[in-house]
Write a protein that binds this ligand. Structure first.
Ligand SMILES: Cc1cc2nc3c(=O)[nH]c(=O)nc-3n(C[C@H](O)[C@H](O)[C@H](O)COP(=O)(O)O)c2cc1C
Length: 385
């Protein structure tokens, strides 16, 4: 972790902020941040944040699938300025890239979700806070006044617990509730089983503890044990109907479920397979996105996450019809490599890459990207001969 040992240059201690800056200034893309994070994290924590389920086929395909498309840029568009700004649920964002909900961020940075929220606010991006965050919604909001925030919800068997989580987030001005539906049980994370990794006992999930009325830290196993594996579409419908803010459904990869989500009141769908951490061999999100866009047909917002590592991946998602994307590991790698400044730099890189892609495609804004800018990549065999 950063900021523990003072390093010395010419016999003088180097301030932490300077060292962080020097660590991240040479990192030019998200892949560089992944490598820096890999070096800095202890093996068990590294496996938890980098890993996926089973053979990690879906984890790998999520990334690879964005390369399954090629861009068809338009020339002489007569543009001299470009903007990555976009509209999301009636509010402006600096770019259609959100920070995905990622649990236990204090494991990679002492300021955890507060540092991530500040980074997102500084970059004008929405941050989605996990139910399994190491901070409650209130202190995260206070850490980044002016930032836009959504709350990711796991539903509990005790509806009172679920309601308490929603009420707390809404009362702290979280603008949307994102219900995760791809985790009726935890995925088979073999890296964690091999390393014997366990969330340290002192790292709790304070929102869940408060909602349960428990005075002690609850383990991840206990927390998953209290969630509702039998959640149904009618439960979702009741939640959406009774919620003061828009409800999105995260973890949908089929047209059929997208249609059901809209019918049950979802204001948005997040096409997601949990970053390949739940069902291994699940379809990659870039492959699932077109059928969801078609099924939703403008009746709700469509967002997508999984494997987005470049601004060009964002552009492809938008051209396929997504309203926005979320990034999980990239923001986390930024936080692990350089704290708040690192997470901020990752978002800045993605925005700069997206802006360049827009310019080179002949688009002034993200909204101008369309299916006409895409064609399927040729079969790999054409080039591998
Ligand atoms: C370490 C880790 C923890 C996560 N925790 C949550 C969570 O608490 N709730 C949730 O809905 N999704 C969670 N996710 C999934 C992310 O929200 C997101 O769907 C995924 O990371 C996107 O893929 P990417 O990492 O390739 O960007 C987690 C992902 C990772 C890597």
């Amino acid at each position: 972790m950063l900021g523990e040992k003072p390093s010395k240059r010419d016999g003088h201690p180097t301030p932490t902020s300077t060292r962080v800056a020097s660590v991240i200034e040479d990192l030019v893309n998200v892949g560089d941040f992944a490598r820096a994070a890999e070096e800095r994290l202890e093996a068990g924590v590294r496996g938890y944040f980098f890993g996926g389920a089973g053979d990690e086929l879906t984890l790998a395909e999520n990334v690879a699938a964005w390369s399954g498309w090629r861009l068809r840029p338009r020339a002489l568009a007569g543009l001299s300025s470009w903007s990555t700004k976009a509209e999301l649920f009636g509010g402006e964002v600096s770019m259609p890239v959100l920070v995905a909900p990622v649990a236990y961020q204090a494991l990679v940075d002492p300021e955890g979700e507060a540092a991530m929220a500040r980074a997102a606010a500084a970059e004008g991006a929405v941050m989605c806070l996990s139910t399994l965050a190491t901070m409650r919604p209130g202190p995260v909001a206070e850490a980044a006044p002016g930032g836009r925030r959504w709350f990711q919800l796991y539903c509990f068997e005790d509806a009172g617990v679920t309601r308490a989580l929603v009420d707390e987030a809404v009362s702290c001005d979280y603008e949307a509730i994102v219900v995760t539906v791809d985790a009726p049980r935890g995925g088979n994370r073999e890296r964690d089983r091999r390393s014997g990794f366990e969330i340290p006992a002192e790292v709790g999930v304070p929102s869940v503890e408060a909602a349960l009325g428990s005075g002690r830290a609850v383990t991840i196993e206990e927390t998953f044990g209290l969630m509702d594996p039998a959640l149904s579409w009618s439960d979702l419908g009741e939640l959406a109907a009774g919620c003061a803010v828009p409800v999105l459904v995260k973890g949908v990869v089929t047209a059929a479920d997208a249609a059901l989500a809209v019918e049950h009141g979802a204001a948005g769908i997040v096409v997601s397979n949990h970053g390949g951490r739940q069902l291994d061999r699940c379809v990659a999100t870039a492959e699932a996105l077109p059928e969801v866009v078609e099924a939703v047909s403008g009746r709700a917002a469509v967002l997508v996450d999984g494997g987005i590592r470049r601004g060009v991946d964002v552009a492809i998602a938008l051209a396929l019809g997504a309203d926005a994307v979320l990034v999980g590991r990239p923001a986390l790698w930024g936080l692990a490599a350089g704290g708040e400044a690192g997470a901020r730099r990752v978002l800045e890189i993605l925005r700069a890459e997206l802006e360049l892609t827009l310019a080179l495609c002949g688009c002034a804004t993200p909204a101008e990207l369309s299916r006409g800018h895409l064609r399927r990549a040729p079969a790999a065999s054409v080039y591998s001969a």
